[in-house]
Design a protein around this ligand. Structure first.
Ligand code: FAD
Length: 408
């Protein structure tokens, strides 16, 4: 076996969060290695797949700060208003970006576009090495450093010595398990069906969030007059709609959503995702830290999973920039854990309660949510609070999310 390859930081997983972290760290004088199992343009890539992602204003700023926004902007559809309703009920609320002095609340970008831009950025950076396809297979550590074994497929097995290993390899995170960090999982008993649909009526930058007895349903604006849907259903119903032909699928969806965008005419490839809340018990153990879905897989109802993960990446990069010398120092990772736990707890609480309140059939909760929607429509401060949280602008923010550089 050859002598270990030397890096400062190894990132396991080059999905949306791991690649963003790599791009954020690229501006620092560090040797960074990104180990990714599936090539970004591969049809089987689990992060850069057929989904689209709602990106908050704070995430847009972070993407700008890591040099990716200009290339992404042409592929981004702005969300200028949000329309929240409940099927079969009178309560409706509308949030308008202009009311808050903003051009948009955020925007929607297809995951494949994100993958293309993030990976182009990574591969243009001299300080970042990418190994793909490759997988982390073993992790050992002591006080001073970490040793990572990597299976590089036909390239054989490599051994890497580093100061910090970041597990950013998704909610099932094999690296988290190799490092000995446990995670708690709660199944929602729901499946999200996604597809791109073209409606007859222009969406005009409106995102629709509709609560139905089977679960929430979102219709988000995309470029070129298209929309992307996230339709949450019970598992057997999801399997049934996935099996329909395109015309029958469109007809079923039309019944669930209604006619606010006229008739849906065209549907792209569909995919389904079983939904669970996954929360790692610790944010780090020794020199292994978690980021993105490896730390928290949440329900997509409010479109916050990637936004939360991107704030993990921006926060970790900022702390590393502040402590030159040892990016895996225990004090640094403790601060990271404390900072990110506050954001995770708030985001999980908001998302989880939205799912519970809007899928419950208890009469008191049904009445409460109608009042809630009407009340929110009438009360500007309530709308402002919801909008601010949705834009990712609440709590302690990383410098990149404030439009600043990583700092000293
Ligand atoms: C239906 C749906 C809609 C969503 N919509 C939104 C939204 O609108 N807004 C939002 O903010 N969030 C949204 N999310 C959440 C968002 O998709 C996730 O939070 C995001 O993908 C997390 O990125 P990640 O990089 O942490 O993990 P992943 O996207 O899971 O990426 C993990 C990466 O690690 C790689 N990997 C896995 N194992 C290994 C290994 N052993 N070695 C090396 N690499 C490995 C994988 O190939 C992958 O590239 C949605 C989620 C779902 C299911």
């Amino acid at each position: 076996m050859n002598a270990p390859a030397q890096f400062d930081i190894v990132i396991a997983g080059g999905g949306m969060v791991g690649a963003s972290l790599g791009a954020a760290l690229a501006s620092l004088p560090l040797r960074v290695l990104v180990v990714e199992a599936t090539p970004p343009a591969d049809a089987a890539q689990p992060s850069y797949d057929d989904r689209a992602t709602a990106i908050s204003e704070s995430s847009r700023r972070i993407l700008q700060g890591i040099g990716c926004w200009d290339a992404l902007a042409p592929a981004a559809a702005p969300i200028r208003s949000i329309h929240v309703s409940e099927r079969g009920a009178f309560g409706v609320t509308r949030l308008r970006a202009a009311e808050h002095g903003l051009a948009s609340f955020g925007c929607v970008v297809e995951n494949r576009a994100l993958g293309e831009v993030l990976w182009q950025r990574l591969q243009a950076e001299p300080g970042v090495t990418t190994w793909v396809p490759a997988k982390v297979t073993a992790v050992t550590q002591d006080q001073d450093g970490i040793t990572v074994r990597v299976d590089r497929g036909e390239g054989g097995e490599a051994v890497v010595a580093a100061r910090l290993l970041v597990a950013a390899d998704g909610a099932r995170s094999p690296t988290r398990a190799l490092a000995g960090i446990a995670a708690a999982t709660r199944d929602y008993g729901q499946v999200a069906v996604i597809a791109n649909l073209t409606p007859a009526v222009d969406h005009d930058g409106t995102a629709f969030e509709r609560f139905t007895p089977s679960g929430p349903l979102a219709v988000l604006p995309l470029t070129r007059g298209r929309t992307t849907i996230v339709w949450t259903l019970a598992p057997d119903r999801a399997a049934a709609v996935m099996a329909l032909d395109d015309a029958a699928f469109l007809a079923e969806f039309q019944v669930a959503f209604g006619y606010r965008l006229g008739l849906f005419r065209k549907v792209g490839r569909r995919a389904s995702y079983p939904l669970a809340l996954v929360q790692a018990v610790d944010w780090h153990l020794g020199r292994v830290a978690l980021a993105g879905n490896a730390a928290h897989g949440i329900h997509p109802v409010a479109g916050q999973g990637f936004n939360l993960g991107l704030r993990d990446a921006a926060a970790l990069a900022e702390l590393v920039a502040r402590r030159p010398g040892d990016p895996g120092h225990p004090a640094l990772l403790e601060e990271y854990a404390e900072w990110r736990e506050a954001d995770r707890a708030r985001t999980v609480r908001d998302t989880d309660s939205l799912v519970q309140v809007f899928t419950s059939e208890l009469p008191t909760l049904r009445a409460g949510r109608r009042l809630g929607l009407v009340g929110m429509d009438l009360l500007p401060p309530a709308r402002a609070l919801v909008a601010r949280r949705g834009m990712g602008l609440a709590g302690r923010l990383p410098r990149l999310a404030l439009g600043q550089g990583l700092g000293p």
